[in-house]
Write a protein that binds this ligand. Structure first.
Ligand code: UDP
Length: 387
């Protein structure tokens, strides 16, 4: 039975679910999805804490995208609720809006500002670095040394375990500086959360009679047993796929502590960053954006660590070079054995959830071209559905 597989998918996170769903629906392929964890949705997994409050088990996932067609596609599997992702940073004994905006600058410097005077102020403070080559230079070029020290440097050291100058510019480059008072963390066109949560959305994607899901099943347990007729989609760490034969790629991990509270809300917004105090980087009260109404709440505290489940690739020059060598092996594997590497861990790239889903959709198009897939409309199979 397990041999009757067109596509083997390793990982039931955003990439695995999108590719499995598209291959089953569009190509009529029989898909087997395996995941070593006991649940679907990967790091987007959410569940009810014993207090009854919906939590994000692996850190906050704030869904946002500028892509209308991605939202349309996902809307087959969920309804959405609008969400306000508001973050503040504990700096100078206050909770200041973050990313730095006009209000942050006023409160930090203690004087009223307009957009124009704030721009002039930062023009005086920032360093003239035209092509930042690392995250320290990136932040210095946007806000200058003082704000860099207050908001970025220590947070980044805690988060990554290295100095910002040892990280690619794209890490701190994720954070804009804004000259308005918009307190939202991001400026994407769509900022929405799945009404019933991410796990429900991903489970619905897999609820297809041509998809079978095996949880608690590491890829290593099946890779030599199953020969898929068409392709394999691998969303795990790329170095692990190749037995770390070129050396280990470093990943940053996280530890979470979930603290229930007997109040409806415990902090003023969904996320508070602590750049300069505590071992943890941030406290997250996800209830601000899940839409759940509940008399109690749960706050999660996130502490970065070197060991443990891989969460973030660490983007710096030596790691990117090592990844490139693995990428060449992966290309050979694709050409010879139709194994496709997609996702944050498989491409060693710091993607957001929407970005990784767009990668997954691009991967499906590549499979269509390279694996003889013929789009069909009406799947017919006796395979039982997954959950
Ligand atoms: N960052 C920072 N100070 C903050 C928040 C973020 O210096 O208060 C830096 C840090 O290096 C972090 C990066 O910006 O890893 C990206 O932050 P983001 O909030 O996008 O991280 P994620 O939510 O993906 O962990």
């Amino acid at each position: 039975m397990l041999d009757d597989v067109d596509l083997l998918v390793c990982g039931a996170g955003p990439v695995g679910c999108v590719v499995a769903e598209r291959a089953a629906t569009l190509f009529n392929w029989k898909v087997l999805v395996v995941d070593k964890r006991p649940h679907v949705a990967g790091n987007c997994h959410d569940s009810h804490h014993k207090s009854g409050v919906l939590i994000h088990n692996y850190g906050p996932h704030y869904f946002r995208t500028n892509d209308d067609s991605l939202l349309d596609y996902l809307s087959q599997f969920t309804e959405w609720i609008p969400a306000k992702y508001e973050v503040r940073s504990a700096v100078k004994g206050k909770l200041l809006p973050f990313p730095i905006n006009l209000t942050t600058l006023e409160e930090y410097y203690g004087s009223p500002l307009t957009s124009e005077s704030a721009r002039r102020l930062l023009d005086e403070k920032r360093l003239p670095i035209h092509e930042p080559s690392n995250s320290e230079e990136m932040a210095m070029s946007r806000v200058g040394p003082e704000l860099y020290e207050s908001f970025y440097r220590n947070y980044t050291i805690k988060q990554w375990g290295v100095e910002p100058r040892d990280l690619g510019p794209e890490v701190c480059g994720r954070i804009p500086v804004k000259f308005d008072r918009d307190p939202r963390y991001v400026s994407h066109k769509h900022q929405v959360m799945p009404r019933l949560g991410f796990t429900a959305m991903f489970a619905k994607m897999l609820k297809n009679r041509r998809i079978r899901m095996l949880t608690d099943c590491p890829f290593e347990d099946v890779r030599d047993l199953i020969r898929p007729r068409r392709a394999t989609l691998y969303a795990g760490p790329i170095d692990a796929y190749f037995g770390h034969r070129l050396g280990k790629l470093p990943y940053r991990s996280l530890r979470f502590e979930f603290a229930p509270r007997d109040v409806e809300f415990s902090q003023p917004c969904v996320q508070i960053n602590y750049p300069n105090e505590h071992e943890y980087t941030r406290s997250v009260e996800i209830k601000h954006v899940t839409g759940q109404r509940h008399p109690r709440t749960v706050v999660s505290y996130e502490t970065p660590q070197a060991e443990g489940e891989p969460f973030y690739p660490i983007p710096n020059v030596p790691n990117k070079e090592l990844y490139q060598r693995y990428f060449e092996l992966a290309e050979q594997e694709r050409v010879r054995h139709r194994v496709y590497f997609c996702g944050r861990l498989a491409q060693y790239k710091y993607f957001n959830t929407d970005e990784v889903m767009l990668e997954a959709l691009a991967c499906v198009r590549k499979m269509e071209r390279e694996c003889g897939a013929k789009p069909v409309r009406s799947p017919s199979s006796s395979w039982t559905s997954a959950a």
